[in-house]
Design a protein around this ligand. Structure first.
Ligand SMILES: [Zn+2]
Length: 297
């Protein structure tokens, strides 16, 4: 699988080292309930609920480990299309892939070091922040599909305004790009929306991929006697530090490699997925079966 991913999708063949934990169970707690769980002092904002893994490594240590970069090619598409109306859908996704491991910037300073460590280990995560990360990913997916896949600028205008795109730019701290939007504001033409949409996507990917860093590892050394020079072999690889970065690495691949994104043809699903074959019509076996079942009734 790994070889396929790195040869076909990225063109590089380098390992991304990453092991992410998925605990047995997750639950949603309020601030007081969360604080009661730990015998050390954790400081977190009071106005959030928290997703918490009761079987975390400080207690029972029961979890599975996987590499989200190498497996689950559709992890970004699945994340960005979680139905946020229902807590169960959210917990269901988390029980498969784990918690994000990285806070948003805005309230980061309200977490003390112990609380941050719990977040980084995928043991806790603010529920409301998780929902807003899904919504943001969904917004970016929509922008991508409308711009690159459908070139439907009218529809982009329906979903967003120059103003909204501009706010996105500010939230990513790319103020000079936001400045360019002022110039467009008088009379933005259609492709301006596409141009801005792709810039918004680019900025978000750049920001999230900061969690992936190069590492020089597996150094071996051969020393020769006499005149011959020593030989050093240094392998290169990348290390991913949190699930959010892995998600956005997948999005980066989708965007840059023109991945075949399709809409599931089962009417009650309609989710986007990346097709392995050109004639693939459904996102999953279960959608294919349900579609045929309803057709034959
Ligand atoms: Zn489907």
């Amino acid at each position: 699988m790994k070889e396929e991913v790195f040869n076909n999708i990225t063109g590089w063949y380098e390992e991304v080292r990453f092991k992410w934990k998925v605990y047995n169970k997750y639950e949603v707690l309020n601030y007081e309930e969360l604080k009661d769980k730990f015998n050390f002092e954790i400081q977190v904002p009071k106005d959030y609920h928290y997703i918490y893994a009761p079987d975390n490594e400080y207690f029972n240590k029961s979890y599975k480990v996987y590499n989200p970069v190498e497996e689950n090619i559709d992890i970004f598409l699945k994340f960005s299309q979680i139905n946020t109306d229902n807590k169960d859908y959210i917990l269901d996704w988390i029980s498969k892939y784990g918690l994000p491991g990285k806070l948003g910037d805005r309230k980061n300073h309200l977490f003390n070091e112990d609380a941050k460590r719990l977040v980084e280990k995928g043991i806790i995560y603010p529920y409301e922040q998780f929902v807003s990360k899904i919504n943001k990913a969904n917004f970016l997916l929509k922008l991508y599909l409308l711009t690159v896949v459908n070139s439907d600028y009218k529809e982009i205008k329906k979903h967003t305004t120059c103003e909204k795109l501009e706010n996105e730019m500010y939230s990513f701290n790319f103020k000079n790009l936001a400045g360019e939007i002022y110039l467009l504001e008088d009379k933005p033409n259609n492709s301006d929306y596409g141009y801005l949409a792709l810039n918004v996507i680019n900025n978000k990917i750049r920001k999230e991929l900061k969690g992936i860093v190069p590492i020089i590892g597996d150094i071996s050394h051969v020393a020769y006697e006499g005149d011959e020079k020593d030989e050093w072999n240094i392998s290169s690889s990348w290390q991913c530090n949190n699930l959010m970065s892995a998600l956005y690495l997948h999005f980066y691949w989708l965007v840059t490699q023109n991945e075949r994104i399709k809409k599931c043809e089962y009417k009650d699903c309609g989710n986007y997925f990346s097709a392995n074959r050109t004639d693939q019509k459904f996102c999953s076996t279960s959608c294919r079966k349900k579609h045929h079942y309803h057709q034959n009734k």
